[in-house]
Structures are given as C-alpha cells and as structure tokens.
Design a protein around this ligand. Structure first.
Ligand code: ZN
Length: 299
C-alpha cells in the first residue's frame, strides 16, 4: 500500500480525524540512516506525528518541526514535515539497540528517555515561526505529541502512532490523530468517547498488518458517528530539500579564513546532510570561488 494521508470529520464536524500510512518512507529513512530497530521505530513514530500535525495547517508552504531530546541513549531526534506531505528526519545515535520492553515491543521510551523535552516549531507560512516546549510524558513519542496538543494547543486530542520493523525491514508504519474541534471542545462526553475509542485499539500497526486500509480503520473507530471521509487522499513521502547550492551557502558563512584553511589543509570540503545522509563535496576551486564571492560582496 502506498504511503498516504486521509482526512475526515465526524460527529457533526465536532471531530477531526487524520490517518497516515508511512511504511515506505520509514523504510527509506531506515536505509538512508542505517537505523537500528528501536531507532527506526522512534523516527517513524515521530515522522508520522509530524505529518499528522502538519496536515491541519492552512497556508501553502507551512511546516512543522518536532524535536525530542530525552535522557536516553538515542540522544534526541528531529523531524520536519510539510503540509505538502513531505517529511524528513534523523536521530542522533542511529545504531543503538535495546532489548524489548515488558510488553515485548521495541523500547522507544527507554531509547528516548522519559525525562526531557519535546519542542515544536510551526512555520505557518507567514515567516515567523511559533515554538513551544513541553516536558516528555513517556518518551514513547505518541503520548508526548498528544500531551503537547492538549497542553500547548489546548485541543483535546488522541494520537496513536506505530512502526513494525523486523529483519525484512519496515512492514507497517503510520498513525491516526483524532481531535475535538473548538466548537465541541467543551463537550466532555465527546472527549471521553474519543479517548475510549482509541484505548480500545490494540495499536495502529497490528491493524495495518492485518491488511486493513486507512478507511477501514477510520470506519472501525468512528463509523457510528456520522463519519465523512474526504474523497481525495494525499501522497506523503520522504523528501529532503538539501542541495549543493545550500551546502555552498553554508560553507560561505564560515568566512574567508576558514575557507582558505580548508583549501590548504583538506584540499576541499565534504559535508553530509544530517536529514538524508547525502554527501556533498566541494573542490578547491569551488571553495576559491566562494572566497572570491565574499571579496566582491564586501567591496
Ligand atoms: Zn538532505
């Protein structure tokens, strides 16, 4: 099944629901970053969460970044998703592996750590980003992002994200976000209903692995609440916006002296994009050109 995102409303538009499948893009991230199982699960959950958060932004070009920094051995992660369905991300220590937790699941909570912070930066397309920070709840990502939505955005929300990864790679990844919209935000019974529906699910990935589609999962959750699924689904994919020109721009900011040093000592420069692992090489001549540019600009 292709990676995609669907949107729906229910309960007389009092509930907003979004579902996303990220199996392929999580597998792509696993291969690009040579991620361990637990790192794959952590990054996949975060990428699904960021796509779900980005999905309710309005203006073209809007993006959301989620950074999680806990006290566990994974050492933090960063994901960046857009309303356009693109996402990218990385973890600090991609190769750490941990034994499964008491439930026999990948121990994302221990890898990230239960103490620390979740930072969300939203660029809503007007040039000035909004940022907010909340303490981690469990380090399991889904709980932490849901807590951010409830405490920081004051939107009653239930979020379920999951990744299934084994020797054959990622076979299921995705998530679902249910929110009670402002007009119904004081409807305690609706909020309680959402929470109970989500807690009844054994998880998101078991349903995907059973071969259920996003539509079927939505129907299972909200089918009796006048569910209305928007007909068009959106493609989501791993996409990094890095380029050789951006790398040159970053090198240029190092200044003339540093660039001269790189020409003499290293005979060029090599830069790796943290988000996608792409390696860029700038030759001596290209660095010399940057110095030239700096000189002409300062005249
Ligand atoms: Zn990149």
């Amino acid at each position: 099944m292709a990676d995609k995102l669907i949107r729906a409303t229910a309960a007389d538009s009092g509930i907003r629901a979004v579902g996303v499948i990220t199996t392929r893009l999580t597998e792509e991230a696993r291969q690009k970053h040579k991620l361990s199982y637990v790192a794959t699960a952590a990054l996949g959950r975060a990428m699904s969460s960021s796509l779900l958060l980005a999905s309710n932004m309005k203006k073209e070009g809007s993006r959301v970044n989620i950074r999680i920094k806990g006290n566990g051995p994974l050492g933090g992660l960063l994901v960046d998703a857009g309303l356009d369905g693109t996402v990218r991300g990385y973890v600090a220590n991609p190769q750490i592996e941990l034994p499964p937790n008491a439930k026999g699941k990948l121990d994302v909570g221990r890898a990230i750590g239960k103490e620390g912070y979740l930072y969300v930066v939203k660029d809503i397309g007007y040039g000035y980003p909004y940022s907010s920070t909340v303490e981690l709840v469990s380090g399991e990502v889904g709980d932490d992002v849901a807590n951010y939505l409830v405490t920081s955005e004051q939107t009653p929300s239930a979020l379920l994200v999951g990744v299934f990864v084994g020797a054959e790679g990622v076979t299921a990844s995705g998530g679902i976000l249910l929110q009670v919209l402002p007009k119904a935000a004081r409807d305690e019974s609706l909020i309680a209903l959402l929470e109970s529906r989500v807690s009844q699910l054994s998880g998101f990935t078991p349903l995907l692995r059973q071969g259920k589609t996003l539509t079927e999962i939505m129907e299972e959750l909200l089918g009796d609440l006048a569910l209305s699924i928007l007909p068009e689904s959106q493609i989501v994919r791993f996409d990094c916006r890095c380029s050789f020109n951006r790398v040159l721009g970053a090198l240029k900011m190092l200044g003339e002296e540093e660039l001269q040093d790189m020409i003499e000592k290293d005979e060029g420069a090599e830069a790796t994009c943290q988000f996608c692992g792409e390696i860029y090489q700038a030759s001596k001549d290209e660095l010399a050109q940057l110095i030239n540019d700096l000189k002409t600009e300062s005249v």
